[in-house]
Structures are given as C-alpha cells and as structure tokens.
Design a protein around this ligand. Sequence first.
Ligand SMILES: Cc1cc2nc3c(=O)[nH]c(=O)nc-3n(C[C@H](O)[C@H](O)[C@H](O)COP(=O)(O)OP(=O)(O)OC[C@H]3O[C@@H](n4cnc5c(N)ncnc54)[C@H](O)[C@@H]3O)c2cc1C
Ligand SMILES: NC(=O)c1ccc[n+]([C@@H]2O[C@H](COP(=O)([O-])OP(=O)(O)OC[C@H]3O[C@@H](n4cnc5c(N)ncnc54)[C@H](OP(=O)(O)O)[C@@H]3O)[C@@H](O)[C@H]2O)c1
Length: 279
Amino acid sequence: MVDHKGKITYTQLLKEDLLIFRFVPDNGMPDYEAGQFLTLGFHIPGEDFKLVRRAYSIASHPENRNYFEFVVRWVRSPLPGRVTTMLLYASEGDKIIWGDCVGNALTINDRLPDGSKDERRIVCVSGGTGLAPFVSFANHLHDIGDKREIVCLHGASYVDELSYKSLLTKLDTESIDRGRDKWNFTYRASISRPKEWINRSWNGQTGRVEQFLKPGPDGLSPLEKLVEEKITRDNTIFYICGWQGTIDGTMDFMKPKGFVTMPDKREDGSFEVKFESYG
Ligand SMILES: Cc1cc2nc3c(=O)[nH]c(=O)nc-3n(C[C@H](O)[C@H](O)[C@H](O)COP(=O)(O)OP(=O)(O)OC[C@H]3O[C@@H](n4cnc5c(N)ncnc54)[C@H](O)[C@@H]3O)c2cc1C
Ligand SMILES: NC(=O)c1ccc[n+]([C@@H]2O[C@H](COP(=O)([O-])OP(=O)(O)OC[C@H]3O[C@@H](n4cnc5c(N)ncnc54)[C@H](OP(=O)(O)O)[C@@H]3O)[C@@H](O)[C@H]2O)c1
C-alpha cells in the first residue's frame, strides 16, 4: 500500500464523540469517485508508534479540489479506538497519513446491463456516519447537473447527530425553488430514540432509518408516500451504508419486492441495491 502525506486543515466537533474534519494532500488532490473511501493512518504512541490504518468514507465530492472531508465517530468502548482517538485529539496543522481512494461498493451506477443510461430514482439509506458517501453523492450529482431523482434518508439516534442536516436541507430547498426538472433532491431523517429529552421537539419520522420502507396500513411506505408512487425494481436503485443491521433491515423490505444486491446480481448483470456495511 502506498502511503501519502497530508495536513489537517479543519476540525469541527459536532458533539463529544462526533467529528467532521478535512485534510489537504501534500501532493495535490487525486481523482476519485463519489462513494469511495480511503485509509487514514497514525503512528500510535502507546504501541511503539506502530502505523495503524483504518478505512473512512469520503464525505467530500470529486469536484471539490480543495480538501477531503470526513465524518467520524469516536469509538470509546470497551477501549478507546486507536485511530479515532488520534483523530479526536488532532489539531489543525497536524500531519496525517492517507492511502489511495478505493472501493466500488457504493459508487454511482450510470449504466444498465444493456448499456442504456441508468435513470432510476436513487434512494440513499444511511445510519449515523454512514451518511458520508451520500453527502459526496449529493454534492457530486448537484455539481454535474444530474437530472435523476435523489432521495437521501438518514437515521440517527439523536437530533444533534444529523450531521449534514443544514447542507442537505439547502439542497432539498433548492430543488423546490428551481423545479424538480432541474434538480430533484429530497432529504428526510429518522430519529431512533424519540423519547430522549434532546429529541423532544422532533416531529419527523421515528425509528431506525429502514422504517421509511415499512408499508403502512394502506400498503404504502413513508418513502412511497414521499415520492408519490410504488417503489419497483424498474424505477429505483438503493444505496445503503451503515450497520449490517441497517442493510439487513432494508433488504427485509426490499427482497420481497424482488430487489437483489450487486454482490448477488442476476446472470444478466442486473441489480437494484448497492451497499457497504460497518463490518
Ligand atoms: C469501508 C469503510 C468505511 C468506513 N467509514 C467510516 C466513516 O466514514 N466514519 C467512521 O467513523 N468510521 C468509518 N469506518 C470505520 C473505521 O474504519 C474504523 O473501524 C473505526 O473508526 C474504528 O477505528 P479505531 O482504530 O478507532 O478503533 P480500533 O482500535 O480498531 O477498535 C475497534 C474496536 O475494538 C475495540 N478494541 C480496541 N482495542 C481492544 C482491545 N485491546 N481489547 C478489546 N477491544 C478492543 C475498541 O473499543 C472498538 O470497539 C469505516 C469502515 C469501513 C470498512
Ligand atoms: N462505510 C462504512 O463501512 C462506515 C461508514 C461510517 C461509519 N462506520 C463505522 O460505524 C460505526 C458506528 O457508526 P455510528 O456511530 O455513526 O452509528 P450510530 O450513531 O451508533 O447509529 C446510527 C443509527 O443506526 C442505528 N443502529 C445502531 N445499531 C444498529 C444495528 N445493529 N442495526 C441497525 N441499526 C442500528 C441507531 O439506532 P439506535 O438509536 O436504536 O441505536 C441509529 O439510528 C462507527 O464507529 C464507524 O466505525 C462505517
């Protein structure tokens, strides 16, 4: 693996264990695709300065040639995580080691197996920091003027963990202002611990993010009500990032509708779900 060097230029603590940060590569920004990840490395003081690397989804988008951005959860139990603790203590100006941008599990599908353009609605389903690749999707698709319908669904335990609410709401509002024929983007969140005090004013969707896909008494899911039509294999592709439970929970609703994942694609190469899980 080739290790590159960079400098941290921005850190923002959203809460005690949730961090947004940016770094600038020493040798210029490489090309990459929305939805990819890279490894970040630190020499760990408590382990003879051994170099430890971990994968992080890139939240910034390829058109942003100024920096890479990430959203990271500090892993604190049963023991503080090696790399996330280093990141939590890192300051603007500190050096960072990073690896090449890789992964195709969550890159945006542009062609169908017959070579025609993939014009299906894009539904992004994420839990917690799993939102990162979809922030990249949103800004990338916006910047290239993509006309597909995009629905970004984010699940978090607490309202202060809706890490990109402001940016995604702005993109949603722009869609209403400019017209959906020009930019078609919808953002909705779900809060999984609605009874907690900090969530007292939340009046949106509740439960884990996959609840957006659960059919109601009328047979329609909240997602179907949002997009005003039945979700089918022909009109929608799903991208999921989060805990394995988020992927399984989503597939529990989509499998009965005949949806298959990219790793399980049909003989003709077709699939309707791409995903990346936390482990
Ligand atoms: C493709 C991909 C993308 C990812 N993107 C993101 C992202 O965008 N944001 C994000 O926050 N994370 C992301 N992750 C997760 C990330 O790669 C790390 O796994 C995570 O940040 C924890 O790393 P760490 O070094 O801090 O923890 P580690 O040191 O690896 O610890 C992992 C776990 O083991 C426990 N542990 C550590 N040492 C011991 C010990 N001696 N005994 C018992 N238990 C121990 C820790 O408490 C913790 O629960 C991604 C993972 C993948 C695979
Ligand atoms: N691409 C990747 O692979 C990737 C990207 C980003 C992060 N990560 C890793 O994921 C870890 C945790 O992420 P996070 O802290 O951002 O998530 P989180 O805040 O703990 O959880 C986010 C949402 O997922 C729900 N959830 C928790 N456990 C679940 C399960 N087993 N099945 C289904 N839903 C579940 C939570 O519901 P409750 O309120 O009910 O708990 C919450 O609504 C991070 O430490 C990071 O290491 C991986």
